[in-house]
Design a protein around this ligand. Sequence first.
Ligand SMILES: [Zn+2]
Length: 338
Amino acid sequence: MSKLNFIIMVLSAGILNIAAANQEIGTSSITKWQNDKKACFLLMFDDSWPSHYQVAVPELLERDIVATFYVNPGKGEYKSCIKHWEGTNAVWKQGMAYGNHTMTHQGVKDFEDAELEIGGCDDYILDIIPGKNPRLISWAQPGVGKGKWNISKEELNSILAKNNLINRPTFTDHGAVYHMQKSPQMLALADKAISSGGMEYLIIHGVERRKINWGYQDFWALNQDVYREVLDGLVERRDRGDLWITDHISYYKYDQERDNSQIQIISSNKDKIKLKITSSLDSQLYDQPLTIKTVVPENWQKCTVSQGSRISSNDVKNGVVQYDALPDESEIILTMQN
Ligand SMILES: [Zn+2]
């Protein structure tokens, strides 16, 4: 580094510190997680088991929790219960996200087969759930027997990139029933995320059926009491402001956008502030609203925030207003609303 660059760096760091100390009007920051929660937690359900719509989803809805369901549209359990995955009361229509877990969960014979298994599942999800095309979709590689996954890592990565698929974190040490049987173990993951300010997750397969007696349980069925204890524990942490519980793609977008966006002050005066967020990411794919905190004049009690056609009214606390905005380069206008 040249001497001049070093001097500029020291000077600009000094200016930023002074600005923060004096709370310069318009100074803005993106909160680590949505709504300024301390950490993020993801619930994931694999393999399209019937107990997902029978037991898992109703318990999630009761607690206003969103989860990601990794579906296999070509697998028997999915096909025989297709109306619950695609019909009028489908799992996604109840607010849940779908992830790609291949068409059949049978593995891939070669590259061509992988394109059908992975690309096919992607087309299926894009087709049944309306929305942008292309868009990011979560990917979880199915666990299959030896010799059943016959493509290289590079080949897989090329298929994932082509389909805008985002790898979810690994199953290792995160499987309900397989790695953890009791709720304190599972909730310890949430507490770990809270203490580090990071993200944690739990991967569930079947959930125990009681009222609906099918004469058998789904694969690795999680005891219902344990399941409810985990959900209640997550809700308690969410409601005290610690956890943002969301789907994998919302988490992923937020995480990427937060680290690749910058907020500039365009202008500010006693009753209006104009800001702009720019991002180095493609705003067509990365369209998760970010939570922003902006310093406003001391006499503001309420503030209108508008960005494009989105308008919200927000309370000001201790000279700071918190609101959501998209990092799509459009202007954010904050106006005093006392
Ligand atoms: Zn699986």
